[in-house]
Write a protein that binds this ligand. Sequence first.
Ligand code: ADP
Ligand code: MG
Length: 243
Amino acid sequence: MENIIELRGVKKIYRMGPERIPALSDINLCFEKGQIYCLLGTSGSGKSTLLNIIAGLEKPSAGEIIFNGSHIEQMSEKQLALFRQKYVGFVFQSYNLLPTLTALENVTLPLIFCGAPKKIRQRRARAMLKAVGLETRYNHKPSEMSGGQQQRVSIARAFINNPQVIFADEPTGNLDTKTTFDMMDLITGIAHERKQTLIIVTHDIEIAHYADTVIHIRDGLVESVESAREPGPSVEKESDLFE
Ligand code: ADP
Ligand code: MG
C-alpha cells in the first residue's frame, strides 16, 4: 500500500510568555492512501495539534511532515494555502459555514478559489449537496438548518474539490447519537467510494470503530497503533488456483 503522509520526529511546544507547553513529543507515523484513520485520545492529549500540523494549518516546533513527497514543514504560508486548496478538505466540530451564504454558496466556495466557471461550480455543488441528502435545502442559510444538516453542508464543502485527504476534528461533537452515526456513515462512505484518505480526531471509542487504523494519542505521544485489518498476505482461494 502506498503512503500518502509520513511524520518523522514531529514535536510541538507552545510558548505562552515564559511558559513552555509541550503538546506533542516525538510523533512518527505513516498514513496510507485510501485508508480511514482515527486519532483517539482524551481531551488535551494533543489530537487537534497533531491534525493541524499534518494538514498544514500549524507549524511543528521540530520534525518533518512529508505529504505526497513534499516537505510541508518547509513551506511558506502562501505555499501552504495553495497546498491546502489543492489536496485537503476539512470538517470541523462547529461546521464553520459562512452564516450569510446559502448551503449552495457555502459548498461552491472552494471551487471559486480554484477558478472553476460559475456554471460548473453550481452543477457540482448541487450534485454534492444531493449526495449528502440535502437536495431540498440548496437555498437555506446555516441558521435555517439543523446541526446535522449544517454538518452535511460542511461535508459537501470538504469533498467538493475531490481532495486526496479529508481531515475531520470531532466532526460529530455537537450532534446527537443517531445523527452522529448517520454522519459517520456518510463521511466514511464517500471517502471509501472515492478512495480518499480520511483522518478523524475523536475522544469517542464508538467513532473509532469506523476506522481501518486507530492511533491512540496520550500526553502528546503515540501510545499504540491498532489495525482493524486482517494481518498477513491474502491467500488465493482454491477455486482460483485450478481455473
Ligand atoms: P486535544 O485536541 O487532544 O484536546 P490539543 O491538541 O487541543 O488537545 O491540545 C494539546 C495541549 O496543548 C493542551 O495541553 C492544550 O492546552 C495545549 N494547547 C493547544 N493549543 C494551544 C495554543 N494555541 N497555545 C498554547 N497551548 C495550546
Ligand atoms: Mg481537540
